[in-house]
Ligand binder design. Structure first.
Ligand code: NBP
Length: 479
């Protein structure tokens, strides 16, 4: 075979990725799709890119040079398993199968182990940036073996987005590490979008801004430390007018947010690992609430919320901006903590600074802000939280009063701001000397003899609540 790389699955993502690969110096790209019409379409439109188009999987495999390297871009789940099976039957030890779809990292761990037994390299690679990224340069988060990375690294570096002169791809870690980090990326994306949506809602409903005003506000924010793809497209969406009604498009779009489930995965895994990702959690829940239309109607029929009118100062937009920035820092801090916990649980070595670097381009959460995260981990790779980094600590304390004003204003106005308020609650929890967890330990000891520790001496204690209420030293409870 002559192709150094192949792509299986030529729907929007696969065909764009194949075009990206084929347009880079040194690549010859084999392509195959189950339904041949898609292959024909790609060939008809982009014959100039020199694809080797296969009509059967055998032909596809025969067109690859060794070690054979194929990137699968098909529907996650069963479609991916089907294609892996077809390739694995035909590939030889040392060959490389890459899954570039949105796989669950647990599936990736399973597939990698199964294929390793046959001597095959399996690489789960998270690819972010949607259609546009696949074509012009995505952020790529590959897992898999060091051996696979030797061959795959140069190819992926050639097609990745470039940020600050560096390609947005790094070998994240072994087996499912890449898809795990992609999952966290998507979770952070949910949180970031929710926070921006809350900022918009407050500015509009409490601040009285028009959508025209808001286009200006978000464009101005995009010139400062909030500069990011998501802020940029927010201004674009707000500027759009509906052709039919002439209204702002945002007022015509139904207020029910959809999702493809990766945010849910992030929260499920975070709960399992005991990592509070409240920013991501609130974002997932907010989308769920929005789409419960009959529930919303039922409650609106009986409950009439009557908040007192709230006066906002001229500095309101600046306050919202500060609240957004502080809440965003919290959401990212939580997301990075989840990566650390995942790495510990699954035995990966993950360089957090390198992750922040590869998110600076190509992907949906690309932002100036990520440079600050890169610097934070450069200054101290062992940070327990981004909130511990001096730059972010100062950013948060500088904006703290504004953040508190915004959360109070939101509550007083009856405008939901679950992202802003839960981020503040998380920050206040970490910043508090004492937490009411002491009372919870007392309650647990009362009803379940779950025991507690004391602040003033070592040991494990239990109060004889149903007896004479004296305290006894005890062994740790196993409950
Ligand atoms: P889809 O997720 O819509 O999948 C369509 C492709 O899967 C077609 O090529 C189809 O072949 C193939 N396929 C299916 Br379905 N079942 C198959 C099977 N049993 N055997 C062989 N092929 C099968 O495509 P997409 O939107 O391009 O996304 C591809 C992957 O990239 C997904 O995992 C997605 O989650 C991920 N992703 C998508 C985006 C995005 O913005 N769309 C972004 C990031 C990641 P056919 O033509 O014969 O039906």
């Amino acid at each position: 075979g002559q192709a150094n790389i192949g792509v299986v699955g030529l729907a929007v993502m696969g065909s764009n990725l194949a075009r990206n690969l084929a347009s880079r110096e040194g690549n010859t790209v084999a392509v195959y799709n189950r339904t041949q019409a898609r292959t024909d379409e790609l060939m008809a439109e982009h014959a100039d890119l020199g694809f080797l188009a296969a009509t059967t999987i055998d032909e596809f495999v025969a067109s690859l040079s060794t070690p054979r390297t194929a990137i699968i871009m098909v529907q996650a789940g069963r479609g991916t398993d089907a294609v892996i099976e077809q390739l694995a039957e035909r590939f030889e030890p040392g060959d490389i199968i890459v899954d570039g779809g949105n796989a669950n990292f647990q599936d990736t761990i399973r597939r990698e182990a199964e294929l390793r037994e046959k001597g095959l390299n399996f690489v789960g690679a998270g690819i972010s940036g949607g259609e546009e990224g696949a074509l012009n340069g995505p952020s790529i988060m590959p897992g898999g073996s060091d051996e696979a990375w030797q061959t795959l690294g140069p190819v992926l570096r050639s097609i990745a987005a470039v940020a600050e002169g560096e390609p947005c791809v790094t070998h994240v870690g072994h087996d499912g590490a890449g898809h795990f980090v992609k999952m966290v990326h998507n979770g952070i994306e949910y949180a970031d979008m929710q926070l921006i949506a809350e900022a918009y809602d407050l500015l509009r409903r409490v601040g009285g801004a028009s959508t025209e005003d808001l286009v200006g506000v978000f464009r101005a924010w995009n010139d400062g430390d909030l500069e990011s793809y998501l802020i940029e497209i927010t201004a674009e969406v707000l500027a759009q007018r509906d052709a039919e009604t002439g209204e702002p498009l945002v007022d015509v779009i139904a207020d029910q947010a959809g999702s493809k489930g990766t945010g849910v995965w992030t929260v499920q895994n975070a709960v399992g690992l005991g990592v509070p990702v409240s920013g991501i959690g609130e974002a997932v829940f907010a989308r769920a609430v929005s789409s419960k239309t009959t529930l919303r109607e039922a409650v609106r029929r009986t409950v009439v919320s009557r908040p007192d009118p709230v006066e906002v100062p001229d500095s309101f937009a600046d306050d919202v901006r500060a609240a957004l920035y502080a809440s965003k820092v919290v959401a990212y801090a939580q997301g990075f903590n989840l990566i650390v916990a995942g790495a510990e649980q699954y035995g990966w070595t993950i360089d957090l600074g390198a992750i922040a670097k590869i998110w600076r381009g190509g992907c949906i959460i690309r932002a100036q802000f990520l440079n600050r995260i890169v610097e934070a981990y450069q200054n101290n790779p062992d940070l327990q939280s981004l909130l511990e980094d001096p730059y972010f600590a100062k950013a948060i304390t500088d904006g703290e009063q504004a953040w508190r004003r915004i959360v109070s204003t939101a509550a007083a106005s009856g405008v939901p701001a679950p992202g802003f308020s839960s981020a503040l609650a998380y920050y206040d929890s970490l910043a508090s000397d004492r937490l009411p967890a002491a009372l919870i330990q007392g309650q647990r000891d009362f009803f379940g003899a779950h025991t507690y520790q004391r602040v003033d001496k070592p040991g494990v204690f239990h109060t004889l609540w149903s007896g004479d209420r004296t305290e006894i030293a005890t062994e740790p409870s196993t409950h």
